[in-house]
Every structure is written in structure tokens, then in C-alpha cells.
Design a binder for this molecule. Structure first.
Ligand SMILES: Cc1ncc(COP(=O)(O)O)c(C=O)c1O
Length: 393
């Protein structure tokens, strides 16, 4: 019997330990495995190649994303780097107009040195991707985020995947912001899904991890090779923590979404806020597309402070919400993309895509929504008061 996704989040992968009946997969804290004789082993040889705790996590994420093979890495960037390692010199990657700054940086500063180019799509609509393919016949992969970091722009994943497939390009979707509980990109045509599992999948801001999933046997073979050859694997203890996080994914995401919907609605009518981006708001330009391809808008809300307001007093006045990099933990976090998560994107590109100095990105936690709102509202008032005495930016 096929269970619902929320049941699967609790039981995905090997459900416990068959040898002892333990309901959790043990932490196999070992780097190597005794072999019975030459060429005669238990199926485990060396922990970079495979470790049972990591393998349990890899099976769990493959199941949740609707794929056949999962791969766990030491960070989201290690996962993205491994997937990009499937390309070769002379290839080009077409990126969503806005992506996580690190995904831009690894292409611009690392893969560019090995002859892999990059291009940003000029918009979210499939025609923008068509135009980029026409302009750059060397595009061999697209790397998409939807909703994209930090402006939560929504891309029609099935439509763009069809455009890319027609050109023979690999379709990679970073599903960090919604998780498989809310969006399953492989079913929409993606070849590979990647995650910063540091975020919602882990869910408690206590580990750094990355995951990649595919349902294509050829890609699985190549990814397994790259994972073993480059070696950025996730350790057994962090694999265990991540398996533990997955079990509560559904209840956490439901609460993140409920709280984000409340905050986004209230921010929209706050006098200190110029604009709100949240794909779960019917007024958001991405609402319709997101509704078709995802179950909800997620737990991230971005907003721009009203013209003339300085973001510094806003961040200084927050008490419950922490000013911090990262997102997706149970606690609410706020960040200033222009100087934090997206600082590695040159200022002219930031300005072009709309990442202004007044942009605030909120990772709405699972605390009581009223407590989060009181904190954000008080900080907005502090920013307004400060703007009366000091110039804004
Ligand atoms: C959408 C997205 N992808 C990838 C990453 C990179 O993941 P990690 O920090 O786990 O390396 C991040 C990190 O913030 C992210 O937000």
C-alpha cells in the first residue's frame, strides 16, 4: 500500500535496523569494514564509497523525491558541485534569474576556470529560457530554483524542463525552499533534484548537508562515481541527524507555511513595507504557477522596507528573530541578502535582478505566529522611528 507523503517522511528508507529491531538506523561510526577474504565482503568496503547510515538517508530522500537513487554530501554546495562535475569544458549552465549566491559563485569562480560557462535567464517565463538557449547553443544544463532565493520568484518547472529537454540539456532543480513534502521536481520533468539539507530537511539548524536525487540510471551511475571520486560525503552522525529531521518534516512544513501565510499577509499592509514576495499570497505574481506545481508557498517571506528606511535599525531591533545566515530551522531567522547570502553576486547583477539594500529575507520558524509578528512589527517600527532622525539607504 502506498502511504501518504507525511507517513512516508516518518518511515522512508530502511525502517529501523533489521539486525536488532531498533526503530532507528544506528550510527555506523566506522571508516572501514572487515573483509572475509579477498573479494569476499559484506557489501561494505570503505565509508567514502558507502556507509550504512548514509545509505539509509540516501534511500529515504530518493523515496521522498520520487527518485531511485539518492546521494548525501557534506553540504548543499558539495551536492551542487558534484552535479556540475557531470559537465565538461565548453559546456554552459543556464541559471534561474535569481539563485543562491553560492550556486552563482561556484560557477563564476570555480567551474569557469575549467571552461564551464554560465548565463542567467532574463526572466522566469519559459520564453526567457528559450531565448537563452537560442543565444547560447552551448547550454548543456539548467539549474533552477523555484521559489528562487531570495525574491521567491516562481518558474514553471514543467514548461522549462520541456524547453531544456528539447535541446538535450540536463534539468537540475534546487528544491531546498519547498522540500519534497511541498514540491516534487522529478515528477515535473527534472533529471536531478538537489538540496541544501542544512535547511528544512535537517530542520534544526544543527547540521550542514547536501543531497542529490535522480531517477535516471545513467545519471545515478555518474553521480555515484563523482561522489566517490571527489569524496565530499556526509558523515554517519550527520546522516543520522538528517534522518531524524526527515521524520518531522511534514508537521514542521505545515507550521512553517501556516506562519508564513500570516506574516506575509500582515507585512503586505504594513506602512514600513514597500513590497512583499511570497508565492502563497494570491496577489503574488508566482501564485498561480506555484499552486499548480506545489502544495503551498513554503516558509520563506521576503520584503522590501519602505523607501528611505535603513535596514540596520530593523535588524538591530529584532529580539526573537535572529539575524543569521541560513533558513529552514524551527527558529525564525532574518537576513539581509545584499550583504549576506547574495554578497557574492556582483552589485550590478544584484541591482538588475532586484536584490536591493532594503530587501529583507525572513525564514519564518514554527514559534507562535503572534510572537514572531510582534517581534517583526516592533523592528519595523524601530526602523521607521530611526528614519526620522537618520537618513535611510
Ligand atoms: C537554495 C540554496 N541552495 C544551496 C545552498 C547551499 O547549501 P549549503 O549551505 O548547505 O552548502 C543554499 C544555502 O543557503 C541555498 O539557500
Amino acid at each position: 500500500m502506498k502511504h501518504s507523503l507525511s507517513t512516508q517522511t516518518v518511515h522512508a528508507g530502511p525502517d529501523g535496523d533489521a539486525a536488532t529491531g531498533a526503530v532507528n538506523v544506528p550510527i555506523y561510526q566506522t571508516s572501514t569494514f572487515r573483509q572475509r577474504g579477498l573479494g569476499d565482503n559484506t557489501g561494505w568496503e570503505y565509508a567514502r564509497t558507502g556507509n550504512p547510515t548514509r545509505a539509509a538517508l540516501e534511500a529515504a530522500i530518493a523515496q521522498l523525491e520520487g527518485g531511485t537513487h539518492g546521494f548525501a554530501f557534506a553540504s548543499g554546495m558539495a551536492a551542487i558541485g558534484a552535479v556540475l562535475s557531470l559537465l565538461k569544458a565548453g559546456d554552459r549552465v543556464l541559471l534561474s534569474r535569481t539563485v543562491y549566491g553560492g550556486s552563482f559563485r561556484i560557477l563564476d569562480k570555480v567551474f569557469a576556470r575549467f571552461g564551464v560557462g554560465w548565463t542567467l535567464a532574463e526572466g522566469e517565463e519559459p520564453e526567457a529560457f528559450e531565448r537563452a538557449f537560442e543565444e547560447h547553443p552551448d547550454v548543456r544544463a539548467v539549474l533552477l530554483e523555484s521559489p528562487a532565493n531570495p525574491l521567491l520568484a516562481v518558474t514553471d518547472l514543467a514548461a522549462v524542463a520541456a524547453v531544456a529537454k528539447a535541446r538535450g540539456a540536463l534539468v537540475v532543480v534546487d528544491n531546498t525552499f519547498l522540500t519534497p513534502y511541498l514540491q516534487r521536481p522529478l515528477a515535473l520533468g527534472a533529471d536531478v533534484v538537489v538540496h541544501s539539507a542544512t535547511k528544512y530537511l535537517g530542520g534544526h539548524s544543527d547540521l550542514v548537508a547536501g543531497l542529490a536525487v535522480t531517477a535516471r540510471a545513467d545519471l545515478a551511475e555518474s553521480l555515484a562515481f563523482v561522489q566517490n571520486a571527489t569524496g565530499g560525503v556526509l558523515g554517519p552522525f550527520d546522516s543520522f541527524l538528517l534522518l531524524r529531521g526527515l521524520k518531522t518534516l511534514a508537521v514542521r512544513m505545515d507550521r512553517h507555511v501556516a506562519n508564513a501565510e500570516i506574516l506575509a499577509g500582515r507585512l503586505g499592509s504594513h506602512p514600513a513595507v514597500a513590497r512583499v514576495w511570497y508565492p502563497g499570497l494570491p496577489s503574488d505574481p508566482g501564485y498561480g504557477t506555484n499552486r499548480r506545481q506545489a502544495a503551498a508557498g513554503g516558509g520563506m517571506v521576503s520584503f522590501e522596507l519602505a523607501h528611505g528606511l535603513d535596514p540596520r535599525p530593523f535588524f538591530r531591533a529584532l529580539r526573537l528573530v535572529a539575524l543569521a545566515e541560513s533558513l529552514g530551522g524551527v527558529e525564525s531567522l532574518a537576513c539581509h541578502p545584499a550583504t549576506m547570502t547574495h554578497a557574492s553576486i556582483p552589485a550590478d547583477i544584484r541591482a538588475k535582478v532586484g536584490i536591493t539594500d532594503r530587501l529583507v529575507r525572513l525564514s519564518v520558524g514554527i514559534e507562535d505566529a503572534e510572537d514572531i509578528w510582534r517581534d517583526v512589527d516592533a523592528a519595523l517600527r524601530a526602523a521607521s522611528t530611526a528614519s526620522g532622525t537618520r537618513g535611510g539607504c
